[in-house]
Design a binder for this molecule. Sequence first.
Ligand code: AMP
Length: 220
Amino acid sequence: MELIFFGYPGSGKGTQAAILAKRYAIPQISTGDIFRNAVKNETPMGLKAKKYLDSGELVPDDIVVALVAERLQEEDAANGFILDGFPRTLEQARALDEMLQKRHRAIDAVIELSVDKDVIVRRITSRRVCRDCQHVYNLLTEPPPESGRCLKCGGEIIQRKDDSEETIMRRMEVYDKQTRPLREYFEAQAKLIQIDGSSSIEQVRDEIERRLQLFIEGNG
Ligand code: AMP
């Protein structure tokens, strides 16, 4: 199974991708997580990507495409994967299709999570993450422990620099301009499954499962 999650930052892509990845025993590939790790570890790629991440702009296509091409070669992706945060531009989407074609594979479906902007701002500004394992907490729905240490790995829980209100407004603008046009591309391929992402994690999870099943059976 090869899937893409598509939607605003804060629409729940990461959360739902993690649930599906576990269910299908395939990796969740989050380009944002890979970049954040690279920045934290000060790798050459991280040093190049930092300014884009901090300002909410997109990392240039050639860097992102090379990164994903490499990641998809890894053994754990042989039976499928879930992309979370990639592709974000038309060029990335085309490059991905080419990459997969060479391996006689193709994306099965694109799950779009639709959430209004005001809900996104509320969700993102209350989001906290573990600096080490990237587990996501939320002051409203899953508050981090008072110790400030991650329940999963003991890492420090922080607010992402790009989760400030100012940067989230910019990230949504970038999405509207550069990423939303991909909708038509996926629609033309008859792969788009649009889901209301504003309800609870469990409700969205169940709706994804239902719609994906219908889609796979050919009634989506
Ligand atoms: P995310 O966690 O998916 O919101 O990604 C955080 C940041 O990483 C984005 O604001 C971009 O700066 C960068 N990034 C992640 N994925 C991509 C991508 N596919 N193309 C360009 N930049 C990306």
